[in-house]
Write a protein that binds this ligand. Structure first.
Ligand code: FEO
Length: 393
């Protein structure tokens, strides 16, 4: 138990070994944490639990420190298994403990665990007095599940924000002012890009709502990663930027290649962009991590995607990233497609259609080349990159 504010303790788990999350979908190169918080007031409240594989060590530690029977109530801000996964184990030991969550949360907990525990459904503004402190609930529907909410500890000025403002990042320190800032913000933006992008409009509304409440906030303590205690509102401001068509002016070139021809095209397109002063980042989709690629697409103004043609379609890693991009509903990005082929040559048009379907504005006709590009073909690719740059500068 680590006291983060008077009588408020972090009782989570540091998972240094976690490398994939959401099944195998999301890479977590820097591990993660499952942050659970305990408020020891006249009543003792536990806010969120930890992922199921850690339920035993989590519950035993709590039992040793405070005695499980002394927990007056449990708040579940969000029912995904990384936060509610220890409930079943915990509730076997303290089955009558009231659980505070949203109405959607109660339905989801029942769906996960098939138990009818003592649920107390809460709405924004509802509160529970603990003694010195008061818990005030703020619904955050679809940030990022329909059940999500945050809990504000009035009197302590601590916002327990659950997934919002979190990062998959484990460190020996719990605090934002004690970790490498480059690592921290890379993980924070990766988290936003991969998880919150589709809900950007809701993020903007919710951050505006939180600010309009004028709550004193000394600390934002999410359910993953470090706690924002030094200028905590800086991450709220970042979320506002990230939710508002954010880009850094670069172009992400994503390609997959069977025998290197599409790769040569990609490199030549990048040269064209660079000739015009636009930074390009290249990713061979067969060798790159999807979540990292998504993060770079998020940072980019433009996305140019290329694939060889195979079986009248695109290579499978290209198909996968296009599916992910479609789901994330990026806004304000422009794009184009390219690729080499031997005889039928469908891939660039397929890519263009999928980018358009994903809401990417197409600003160049697809570029396709037969067999291996000759020097004059590569000049054409370079010109394609230059023309793309002219349109976005
Ligand atoms: Fe960290 Fe949506 O769970």
């Amino acid at each position: 138990m680590l006291e983060i504010k008077k009588n408020i303790y972090w009782v989570g788990v540091r998972d240094w070994e976690l490398k994939r999350f959401h099944g195998e979908e999301f890479s977590t190169h820097r591990g993660s944490t499952y942050n659970s918080y305990l408020i020891r007031d006249k009543k003792i409240a536990l806010v969120d639990t930890v992922w199921t594989p850690f339920h035993e060590e989590f519950a035993e530690e709590l039992d040793r420190e405070i005695g499980l029977e002394n927990i007056s109530l449990i708040v579940i801000n969000h029912t995904e298994q990384d936060h509610a996964g220890s409930l079943l184990y915990l509730m076997e030991k303290i089955p009558d403990t009231p659980i505070y969550c949203t109405r959607n949360g109660a339905a989801m907990i029942k769906g996960h665990f098939h138990k009818d525990w003592n649920f107390n459904a809460v709405k924004t503004g509802d509160s529970v007095d603990l003694g010195e402190y008061k818990l005030v609930f703020v619904e955050m529907p679809l940030l990022h599940w329909p059940d999500s909410m945050a809990t504000y500890v009035a009197g302590a000025n601590v916002l327990l924000s659950n997934d919002a403002f979190g990062q998959h990042y484990v460190s020996s320190s719990l605090y934002n002012d004690q970790v490498d800032q480059g690592e921290l913000f890379q993980e924070a933006i990766k988290y936003f890009a991969n998880i919150l992008t589709p809900f950007s409009d809701l993020v903007k509304k919710k951050t505006a709502e939180i600010k309009s409440l004028n709550l004193p906030i000394d600390m934002i303590a999410p359910s993953h990663g470090i706690i924002w205690r030094d200028n905590p509102l800086q991450i709220v401001e970042k979320y506002e930027q990230w939710a508002s068509g954010y880009h850094e002016g670069t172009v992400a070139i994503l390609y997959d290649t069977m025998w290197g021809a599409t790769r040569k095209m990609a490199l030549a397109i990048a040269r064209g962009l660079e000739n015009k002063g636009v930074g390009a980042k290249l990713f061979n989709l067969g060798k790159s991590d999807k979540a990292d690629v998504v993060t770079e697409v998020f940072k980019a103004r433009g996305v140019i995607v290329g694939s060889s043609t195979i079986n009248r379609s695109v290579l499978s890693n290209t198909a996968a990233i296009l599916e992910v991009i479609k789901g994330l509903k990026f806004k304000g990005k422009v794009g184009a497609a390219f690729g080499s082929y031997g005889w039928s040559g469908e891939s660039p048009k397929i890519i263009q259609d999928r980018l358009a379907e994903a809401g990417i504005e197409i600003i160049a006709e697809p570029l396709k080349m037969k067999w291996d590009p000759a020097p004059e073909n590569l000049k054409e690719c370079e010109a394609f990159g230059e023309a793309f740059a002219d349109k976005i500068r």
